[in-house]
Design a protein. Sequence first.
Length: 298
Amino acid sequence: MLLIVAAPLVVLAAALPVALVEGWGPRWYDVLLGVGMYTLSIMGITAGYHRHFTHLSFKAKRPLRIALGFAGGLAMEGPVTLWVAEHRRHHQYADRDGDPHSPWKYGTTRRALFKGLWHAQVGWFSSSKVRSNYPRYAPDLLADPDVRLLDRCYGATIAVSLALPPALVLAWTRDWRAAAVTFFWASLVRYAVVHHVTWSVNSIAHVFGPQHYATRDQSRDVHWVALLTFGEGWHNLHHADPNSARHGGLKGQPDLTAWLIARFERWGWAYDVRWPDERRVASRLLSEGARRPVPRQD
């Protein structure tokens, strides 16, 4: 847990100094590999860990299901069963006592909210001494032999996530120094960015931004978070209709993950996709005057 919390912060703090060292700045192929691994990791979390495994927003044929679980593991945010159990607990207690990572944990004052944002972003990893109960929150995954294999192979998945970019560069250039530079930028920095972009949904998207739908929690829509997470930042509709395969429900809310799921459905790789029920969504849509403001921060 200490490594998960501290390592991304250390890497991000070191990025600028390392970039200023001659020969250690990112090259075009470091950027290309980093963006590619970022995209694969984020999609593995959004389409795989989140919408498929956690919320059962769609069913996937076995090769796609395994691929989504593996891609989610590349983000290095924990084995699929752990991730799913924690997130299902979050939805059960969203922004109430029992939520593992609510930014409102300590209250609504500015000081409490600042502390809560830190807790929701990274602090909850080390403060949650008791993890979510697997048999209670993820019995379906415990019964799935493919998921159990993904969990057992999680360490190997981490190794692939970190080693693949520098291995490709080493095979191409035969230069160990070039591979080391790639390891820093396309493996470590990419991991740190993925980590903080993903968990900004827990923190930023539960505090800032408008709320378009009626929910029991403080989930909100944050445009820049949605762009970086391929649709996850449209968090308010997600909490209003958790099983929906689409999170961006309004005009001007692009959802790249939903677009990808639609492609899977068209190709026959995904089925029983739970697209938004228009009547259900309309019944939860708030009028302009009824939208709840962010709680006052005294």
